[in-house]
Design a binder for this molecule. Structure first.
Ligand SMILES: [Fe+2]
Ligand SMILES: [Fe+2]
Length: 144
């Protein structure tokens, strides 16, 4: 599977799960916890394979460097919000508001990747390179 297809599949799964988590309430703490845990695991692996494999390869190309730097900052921003969310009990009335902020930031980041970043990626990588990067990320995911 090529790198862009793999990352997009992950991102689609995350978007679906985020919508499901957003629909949970303080009264459905168990469902909230289960879905959030699944979402966080997926997002963490996704962020890691991007930072370890996809972004460094992309940053080799001068025209892609700025977008990679911006994406890394967006990852850090999401990480910070997630840390706050981890400190908030699932039945706390602030949980939903903090999650909404997480969701909005992740969605914004995905949007930027799927428009600008992947467009540049198709310009700077060959089809073979995208396949190789996809294979590396798939292998890395499988080993976690
Ligand atoms: Fe990302
Ligand atoms: Fe991504």
């Amino acid at each position: 599977m090529d790198a862009i297809t793999l990352l997009k599949e992950d991102q689609q799964k995350a978007k679906t799960l985020m919508t499901e988590v957003a629909a949970t309430t303080e009264r459905g703490v168990k469902t909230r916890e289960q879905k959030w845990t699944k979402l966080l695991k997926g997002l963490t692996i996704h962020e890691n394979i991007e930072e370890e494999i996809f972004y460094p390869a992309l940053a080799q190309h001068p025209k892609a460097k700025d977008i990679v730097l911006e994406a890394l900052e967006e990852h850090h921003l999401v990480d910070d919000i997630v840390e706050q969310l981890k400190d908030t009990p699932f039945d706390d009335e602030h949980w939903a508001a903090k999650f909404k902020l997480t969701k909005e930031n992740v969605e914004h980041h995905i949007e930027e990747e799927e428009t600008e970043m992947f467009k540049i990626s198709r310009q700077v990588f060959t089809t073979d390179e995208l396949e190789e990067l996809g294979a590396s990320m798939e292998a890395s995911k499988a080993g976690r």
